[in-house]
Ligand binder design. Structure first.
Ligand code: AMP
Length: 395
């Protein structure tokens, strides 16, 4: 991939595909600026080098031109976060916007209207991509969170830029983090997977077991594995149709001499909503009617020991129903152990919506080495796929 840092950007019009799909409240106020902050580094670099920034992004899932999905609502906040004036134009292709851009100066920033006001964007239309390519001299993709989609502004536009297409700084950081988990992280590399469903992480498990040294499985997804090993899991969450796949992964791990580490004890309740009775069981001896909702103390101890033996750790998914105070101890204790490990120099990478939600709920998240901004894009990368948006930059 070509290096943006080495590129002469003086007086160049740079199209930057960013992900400004930020959450808004009912009064159109931005409630979380993380995605805007995430692309600031690339924008600053381009401004420092004397370029003009043309920001293109999607926003929500509009069916047509709908005012509530206009990017005009976020211009003020984008300008505040970037600490730089930002102008807005109410279209993203055509002669008028090209004319406006041609009259911009060095170090100007323009934000164009929602790409998804054209259905061609999500259809991956080449003509639409070609129209977008006429907006500038150089193309930068910094929207990791949409790189798994074969959309015009991510996967098709790059073909019109030959050696003038680049990964932005955020995209490079994301690719680097994935590389550390799956290829060149300092060993031992440990993946900690949790959350509700095995089905959403089956392909990741298949890929990661070949790449990392050990995998810890916690959360609701652990019970399918415990049942696959012959354990009694009571009324805990299970995907019976995946028992075969779970057995396959366990035997692949054995063959590769890798370890899959499962909970040894479980904090359980009889009722998901009403938790007046709580009991701890061995994870493979849960009585009928009881439902495992968090890892127990012995498991916290065991998982923490594994954390302290590792040098690179990827964490995705909570260890229990962390949203409920009664079942948040497992997730918060694992967070604390990860924090201690990080303080001793371990590389801790966190990704996936619920792990980030858990980090936020449990307090400060600034200690993590890297937090991925991508949901689906991260998961598909960890499944071993090269994302269409990334591939387009390499061709
Ligand atoms: P996911 O989206 O697959 O990462 O799942 C996240 C959700 O898994 C969270 O809402 C947790 O409450 C839920 N979860 C974690 N552990 C369990 C469990 N043992 N039983 C049921 N749900 C769980």
């Amino acid at each position: 991939m070509f290096n943006l840092e080495k590129q002469d950007l003086e007086n160049k019009k740079v199209i930057i595909r960013v992900d400004l799909n930020v959450p808004l409240d009912d009064n159109f106020n931005v409630t979380d600026t993380t995605r805007i902050e995430a692309c600031k580094e690339t924008i600053d670099l381009i401004l420092d080098k004397g370029g003009t920034c043309i920001l293109i992004s999607h926003f929500g899932r509009p069916k047509e031109r709908e005012d509530k999905f206009s990017l005009k609502h976020i211009v003020k906040t984008v300008s505040e976060v970037l600490d730089h004036p930002v102008v807005f134009h109410n279209d993203c292709i055509g002669n008028e916007v090209q004319e406006v851009i041609s009259n911009l100066n060095q170090r100007d920033i323009i934000l164009l209207e929602n790409l998804r006001f054209y259905k061609e964007e999500t259809l991956g239309d080449s003509l639409f991509a070609e129209e977008l390519s006429k907006l500038g001299d150089i193309y930068v993709n910094d929207a990791f969170g949409t790189c798994h989609r074969e959309h015009s502004s991510t996967a098709l536009i790059a073909q019109f830029f030959k050696n003038k297409k680049f990964a932005g700084k955020l995209l490079l950081k994301e690719l680097n983090a994935i590389n550390q988990i799956a290829n060149n992280g300092k060993k031992p590399v440990l993946a900690i997977l949790g959350g509700a469903k095995v089905s959403s992480k089956l392909n990741i498990l298949h890929n990661l077991i070949k790449k990392v040294d050990k995998i810890i499985i916690g959360g609701g997804m652990a019970y399918t594995f415990i049942k696959a090993k012959g354990g009694k899991i009571g009324n805990s969450l299970v995907e019976d149709e995946l028992i075969f796949n779970a057995k396959e992964i366990l035997s692949l791990a054995d063959k590769l001499e890798k370890q899959i580490i499962l909970p040894v004890d479980t904090k359980a309740s009889k009722d998901f909503e009403n938790n007046d009775q709580i009991k701890t069981f061995n994870s493979n001896e849960i009585e009928d009617d009881w439902m495992g909702l968090d890892i127990g103390k012995k498991t916290i101890e065991k998982f923490s020991q594994e954390i302290f033996l590792s040098n690179t750790i990827f964490w995705n998914g909570p260890m229990g129903v962390f949203e409920k105070e009664l079942f948040s101890e497992g997730t918060s204790s694992i967070c604390n152990s990860l924090k201690q490990a990080k303080q001793k120099g371990v590389n801790v990478i966190v990704g996936g919506g619920d792990s980030i939600a858990a980090l936020k709920k449990l307090g400060n998240k600034d200690w993590v080495s890297y937090i991925s901004t991508g949901g689906g894009a991260l998961l598909e990368s960890l499944e071993g796929k090269t994302l269409p948006g990334v591939k387009a930059l390499m061709q």
